[in-house]
Design a protein around this ligand. Structure first.
Ligand code: ADP
Ligand code: MG
Length: 385
């Protein structure tokens, strides 16, 4: 792509209609872009707010052809969009990220090879495709975590194992699909880095995010990261930049890291799109991760984003829609009381029904200090609990 696509003129497309697509659509629309979403679901959160919703399967040729006809550039919000679909679109349109980069992020085996090629350390691991691989696993990988090579998310598609017997049982439980077994690492904490890179190789990054997961799902993100030294933050930012550059990545990329109890930085996994841990940017930075997704795919200038407030994000899972006293009855959480707290910014994704564990929205809290953000978060959690 040579010239940039100008706000108020072009149409932008997104593969996938989830909440990430919805927030992309909002960011694109605020610049005056026309937006088109391709997703099979009639009630998809992004399809509901886009100018046009192409309701088709991700590999449907007619749907892909229509998307390409309608849009000057296309992105994805969902890493499991088949890479072939992106490659097909790329025959006629600018697609960012490219299918080849998405294919690496879709497969834990390819992803780990890419981390190694980028000189960023990941957990010791073995690839399991056969019984022989299972038998050949070194003792150093136990206890470990067996993860499916593809399609895992929010802690799904993975089983923790302590012994060879548990490993064999876990592989059967995962239907003996291609897996990686990772050594269980002693984590001190988890962080992530969101980068945006354009076709000229220019890169900008948000500050390091500190993330707390509960039951495998992101629960809280804090920025600035309270538990991470400046040196480790610099190392994480540099590592993420190398990972993006070495696959010539264009778009927004999130890289998740572990910090081990001995202080070492280890890369975990990456997502070829904006990320739940970057939702705080919508209120705490002068440009959000979705603004940068729009800029990277259109060739508009990538400007270094600035964090203007200490912030804390609380993920809002469907569990909050049910009170422990009446577990079967859906209710609306006390948003009016939550919004009375200073610095609260509520984002709901327009999902038609709540389910425990389902991501329904997030609450960004901005404050003059990290302590104040934490104090408001505790009050909000008490009101929602
Ligand atoms: P998902 O795709 O579900 O996010 P992850 O690979 O990020 O899968 O694993 C989910 C969570 O499990 C991580 O955020 C971390 O808390 C824990 N975890 C994953 N791998 C390891 C590991 N090798 N050692 C210790 N904890 C891990
Ligand atoms: Mg993860």
């Amino acid at each position: 792509m040579k010239a940039s696509l100008l706000p108020g003129e072009a149409s932008l497309g997104v593969m996938g209609g989830g909440q990430l697509g919805r927030m992309f659509v909002h960011a694109a629309q605020s610049l005056g872009f026309r937006t088109v979403v391709l997703d099979p679901d009639a009630d998809s959160p992004a399809g509901l707010v886009a100018h046009q919703h192409i309701r088709s399967d991700y590999l449907d040729v007619a749907g892909l052809t229509l998307l390409a006809q309608q849009c000057a550039a296309i992105t994805t919000e969902f890493e499991n969009v088949p890479a072939q679909a992106l490659e097909r679109l790329a025959q006629t349109r600018f697609v960012a990220p490219a299918g080849a980069a998405v294919a690496i992020c879709q497969d834990r085996v390819a992803e780990k090879a890419h981390f190694a090629a980028s000189a960023v350390a990941c957990a010791p691991y073995a690839v399991i495709v056969s019984e022989a691989d299972l038998l050949a696993v070194g003792d150093d990988l136990l206890p470990g975590i067996l993860k499916t090579a593809t399609l895992g998310y929010d802690g799904k598609g993975q089983v923790r194992v302590r012994s060879r017997a548990e490993l064999a049982a876990a592989w059967s439980e995962l239907k003996q699909v291609r897996c990686v077994l990772e050594q269980m690492l002693p984590l001190a904490l988890e962080i992530s880095v969101i980068s945006a890179r354009n076709a000229q190789g220019e890169i900008v990054q948000f500050p390091v995010q500190q993330n707390l997961h509960i039951d495998g799902i992101l629960a809280v993100t804090q920025v600035p990261a309270p538990g991470v030294s400046a040196a480790l933050q610099e190392q994480a930012l540099a590592s993420a930049a190398r990972i993006a550059a070495s696959m010539n990545y264009v778009g927004v990329l999130c890289v998740e890291f572990f910090i081990l109890q001995d202080g070492r930085l280890i890369v975990n996994e990456m997502a070829p799109r904006p990320h739940n841990s970057g939702h705080y940017t919508m209120n705490a930075c002068d440009l959000s991760q979705f603004d940068l997704q729009v800029r990277a795919m259109t060739g508009l200038p990538l400007v270094q984003p600035r964090l203007h407030s200490p912030t804390l994000m609380l993920n809002l899972l469907g569990d909050l829609w049910f009170s422990p006293a009446e577990p079967g009855v859906e209710r609306t959480p006390a948003w009016d009381q939550v919004l009375a707290l200073p610095g609260t910014h509520l984002h709901l994704y327009g999902k038609t029904s709540a389910r425990p564990g389902r991501k329904m929205g997030h609450l960004n809290i901005t404050a003059a200090s990290a302590e104040q953000a934490e104090s408001v978060a505790r009050q909000a959690a008490a009101l929602l609990g």
